[in-house]
Design a protein around this ligand. Structure first.
Ligand code: PMP
Length: 953
């Protein structure tokens, strides 16, 4: 059955699926979410995210649920806007009472309702600006009045003209006549008007999180969320938390004044007045998404002072920290932070409703705001009633819920501190207050396990750890929005001792995994259907014995990248040895699961020195994709999907300084030989020219030795439609009399064989047109009337000619005398020389296919020599490994491309990329289409100059 199409956040759900977190929960209570297993049985999961802070009272608190039912059963109106709403007032009264208790001396706060945290923040910001504009209006009215008073005083003779105009920019002389005074008033008004349009200045703290709507987002620090939308809202100045001096100087830097004309001691005088440009400061008393950082009481006191002097309102965002989560109703109460505004959300909805409120100190409140602001759903009957009941439950028994939050929080923190003491190498910090807690793990971006390292580098370490906790321990944790190494723990007050112990067990395992760099427990649950026993249950130690100190080397002349993938499961085991115990199916299952996150960390660079004096560092950039998946992309016409991955990796190589990048193991064939990639500043090669060239060189000498003249021989190419296969065919045609191209019979194969056939004719014609001595197929083709005619006309060798020759041959001959295309492997038996250039991991040929005494050049499965064993019983056959070059001064093959390479050997395709880098060449050997003899000869020659010899083993 096909998976259902996802319409809602398919990418996000897909990425969660990469970590096995795309779980459908069907029921929830307290701190437990349930999903159904394959047999329909409920599986409980301990929920430590708690609706991202919305579940102070847990999932489906029974009293709230029964109250909600009661509301619905009694027909309580949810929507009755523009009517009296006593419940909303009651919520306001209850909150005022709490604020009065926790922050003694606070004046009353009005209450405005909204639907979400971000909307609450935007409403507060909107009110701040409304207030500022009204303050601006009042100031200008005063200035206008004062100017009028001054003018009248001068005219009436009760005030002297001003004698100091230095506050006005420019050299403005003091007025001596009433006309000049009139002009001065005009200049002052102009000056003021120019400044009146100064944009409002808002302040927020670095690491802040205040929401993701276009307005609230401007106050959210993390540029990952904000950057693309920065032009959609107010420019916000971010200042460091707990640094009052920095805030004070930022405020001072934004001071703007206007001029007032006042009568002082019988003289008209210019006076500076502060323009209200500073609209507000928004703070979280404990930054949640920013990584659980608390403000200090000292900072709270200082910002209060500074803001009072410039009339800047302080908006306190208690959306996450409020509602009792930290042991008091407001986290601000711990530090005596008296906000001009408080914003609450999340748990205010009792875990079932969506609601937020903005509390505004009465002396700063602008009642006219109610006439310009509204929202259909805000202050609805249902959520206000639920908010009222939620507050009642929290306040019951003298605020027992707050005490419980504090006590449970301490217990969790105590457990986590013990863990941190046991694993100081793994846990860098444990912090929080009450039930707002973060566990910060050590950065793993230099981890020795590549699986762990790559996830850390991608900023996804907590997802990987969360995946393990969820799948192996049935514990659901969350990330924070800004600290990729922090697990967030925000359970409800119902968390039990037993659940805290469950947490301890899971987190202890996480610490052991990280300490020992054992990726198997992380990967195993993602590697296939559950049920089976893991190959081992104990964490094992995979820490490297000693850290190798790399000798500081002179930088290489060039850097070359190779994009590859683990061709066989063994290569994946070699890549991360902790995965060795996983069987092939599990490893392939893991690769499949990683569809959306294929990057694996690059291997350490390996240096190649050329006899010409240049050097190149080769870095392998692997992708976690299998041969099978690549084939599926091809069959489904979705090679663009792997194209996206290739593009990203090629760009990564470029960013690392690579000028040349090779696409290994047939990645060229899924990217139109790299042409589908649009990455400027990079020479891309698929390496097929040197692979074909070195194989032909090896075979031509062996065949001449065995058979003499090649012109009478037939050569067969298994995988004749592939890039290397078609290059071999086009070039081999120059010597051989007949060519058999064998395809796989899979979709698209016939078309690829046809293209290869036309390539043979095209190359043949260009050789004929070039003149000189001809052999093989070109020699015979030159005698065909069509071709002879072209020659007489002087037609150019570059003219597209393959299709015309093919049409001519079909007309002129019953059976094509030169080229056979087929998917029948038995036709290989007609050839004296056979190239195996297919991409199948299993042998395609066996003994019965090959003619007596024939030569087999094996480039199968990207140079891994897949055919070797299948024909080992035939000692009449000359077996030549193809697609390999030898590099005498570099005995150890690089990791990640080492599939079955011996000492001093290298895949020709990789050698091509290195050769190009060593020679500083920016010409792609396969640019402009198929490999031509000239191009191939050139790259073979160049490779030799740089120390790569074609082998004949
Ligand atoms: N402010 C803070 C401090 C928050 O933690 C959040 C949500 N994590 C918001 C605002 C935004 O709330 P919402 O997601 O309901 O818009």
């Amino acid at each position: 059955m096909n998976a259902p199409i996802r319409y809602a956040e398919a990418l996000l759900t897909g990425m969660l699926g990469t970590f096995g977190l795309d779980i459908e929960y069907v029921r929830a209570e307290k701190n437990t979410l349930y999903y159904l297993d394959e047999d329909g049985a409920e599986v409980p999961v301990l929920d430590l995210i708690g609706g991202w802070g919305s579940l102070m009272l847990g999932h489906n608190h029974p009293e709230i649920v029964s109250y909600a039912k009661e509301l619905l059963d009694t027909g309580w109106p949810t929507h009755s806007q523009h009517s009296s709403h006593p419940v909303a007032d009651q919520v306001g009264a209850a909150l005022n009472q709490i604020i009065g208790r926790e922050l003694p001396g606070a004046e009353p706060y009005t209450i405005t309702f909204a639907n979400s945290g971000a909307e609450g923040i935007e409403t507060a910001v909107k009110h701040c600006e409304f207030d500022r504009v009204l303050r601006l209006k009042t100031l200008f009215e005063e200035i206008e009045w004062n100017a009028d008073v001054a003018l009248k005083a001068v005219l009436g003779g009760s005030a002297a003209l001003p004698d100091d105009t230095s506050l006005l920019p420019g050299e403005v002389p003091a007025p001596t006549t009433i006309e000049e005074f009139g002009a001065l008033l005009g200049a002052v008004a102009e000056h003021n008007i120019a400044r009146a349009g100064t944009s409002p200045v808002f302040f927020a703290l670095e690491r802040a999180f205040h929401g993701k709507l276009v307005g609230s987002l401007q106050f959210t620090f993390n540029p990952i969320f904000r950057a693309a939308f920065a032009s959609l809202g107010p420019a916000v100045n971010f200042v460091p938390p707990n640094d009052a001096e920095a805030f004070e100087s930022a405020v001072a830097a934004h001071r703007v004044t206007v001029l007032d004309v006042q009568v002082v001691d019988g003289k008209v005088t210019l006076v500076e007045r502060d323009l209200p440009v500073i609209a507000g400061l928004i703070v979280e008393p404990i930054q949640g998404e920013g990584g659980i950082h608390a403000l200090t009481a000292e900072f709270a006191a200082r910002i209060r002072q500074i803001c009072d002097t410039v009339q800047c309102p302080i908006v306190v965002d208690e959306i996450q920290s409020g509602m009792g989560r930290t042991g008091k109703f407001l986290a601000s109460s711990h530090i005596g932070l008296l906000g001009d505004y408080f914003v609450l959300g999340k748990s205010l909805g009792g875990g079932i409703a969506k609601s937020s409120v903005i509390l505004i100190r009465q002396s700063r409140y602008r009642p006219e705001f109610e006439l310009v602001h509204s929202s259909t759903f805000a202050k609805d009957g249902f959520s206000t009633a639920i908010a009222r009941r939620t507050i009642e439950i929290l306040e019951a028994d003298d605020g027992a819920a707050y005490d419980r939050a504090a006590e449970r929080g301490e217990r969790i923190l105590g457990m986590l501190r013990e863990l941190a003491a046991e694993f100081p190498d793994v846990v860098v910090d444990v912090r929080g207050k009450g039930l707002l807690i973060g566990v910060e793990f050590a950065d793993q971006s230099q981890a020795s396990s590549p699986v762990i390292r790559e996830k850390a580098r991608a900023g996804l370490l907590v997802f990987q750890l969360g995946s393990y906790l969820e799948l192996a321990h049935h514990i659901r944790t969350g990330p924070t929005a800004s600290v990729p190494t922090m697990l967030r723990i925000e359970p409800s007050i119902h968390i039990s001792d037993q659940e805290i112990e469950q947490m301890r067990t899971g987190l202890t395992e996480v610490c052991r995994i990280l300490r020992h760099q054992d990726a198997l427990p992380l990967v195993y649950p993602l590697s296939g259907a559950g049920g089976q026993q893991a190959p081992r249950t104990e964490v094992e130690d995979f820490r490297p014995a000693a850290v190798e100190e790399a000798a500081p080397a002179e930088p290489a002349t060039a850097k070359v990248g190779l994009i590859s993938y683990p061709l066989t499961p063994d290569m994946l085991r070699e890549f991360d040895p902790s995965l060795a115990a996983l069987d092939d199916d599990r490893l392939l299952g893991y690769a499949r699961r990683s569809e959306l996150l294929k990057d694996l960390p690059a291997f350490a660079p390996v240096r190649y020195e050329s006899p010409q004096g240049t050097s190149a560092d080769l870095t392998v950039y692997p992708l976690l994709v299998t041969q099978q998946q690549l084939r599926e992309y091809q069959v489904a016409g979705q090679t663009f999907l792997i194209g996206i991955d290739l593009d990203r990796r090629v760009r990564a190589a470029r960013a690392d300084g690579c000028q040349t990048v090779g696409l290994g193991f047939g990645l060229g064939s899924v990217s139109d030989h790299g042409r589908a990639l649009r990455v400027p500043g990079i020479t891309l090669t698929t390496g097929s020219a040197l692979a074909a060239g070195s194989a032909l060189a090896a075979v031509e000498s062996a065949a001449t030795e065995r058979f003499g003249d090649l012109g009478e021989l037939t050569m067969a190419v298994v995988g004749g439609g592939g890039q290397i296969g078609s290059a071999l065919a086009a070039l081999g045609a120059g010597q051989f009399g007949k060519i058999v191209l064998v395809g796989s019979g899979r979709p698209g194969s016939a078309e690829r064989l046809r293209a290869a056939e036309l390539g043979i004719y095209q190359e043949a014609w260009s050789r004929i047109a070039a003149g000189g001595e001809l052999g093989g197929i070109p020699a015979a083709l030159a005698a065909e009337p069509l071709v002879a005619g072209w020659l007489a006309e002087g037609r150019s060798g570059d003219e597209p000619s393959g299709a015309a020759i093919a049409a001519h041959l079909a007309d002129a001959h019953d059976v094509n005398p030169f080229v056979v295309t087929t998917d029948d492997l038995l036709s290989v038996g007609n050839a004296q020389v056979v190239f195996s250039a297919h991409s199948s991991a299993v042998p395609v040929l066996d003994e019965k296919h090959l003619a007596d005494g024939s030569i087999l050049c094996d480039l199968s499965f990207f140079g891994t020599g897949a055919e070797a064993n299948a024909i080992s019983a035939r000692d009449d056959i000359r077996y030549v490994r193809g697609g390999i070059v030898s590099v005498s001064n570099h005995p150890t093959p690089p990791r990640g491309v080492s599939a079955s390479l011996g000492a001093g050997e290298l895949l020709a395709g990789v050698a091509e990329a290195i050769t190009l880098a060593l020679s500083g060449s920016s010409a792609r050997p396969t640019d402009g289409g198929a490999s031509t003899r000239a191009r191939v000869d050139a790259i073979v020659g160049l490779a030799r100059e740089h120390g790569f010899e074609t082998t004949t083993t």
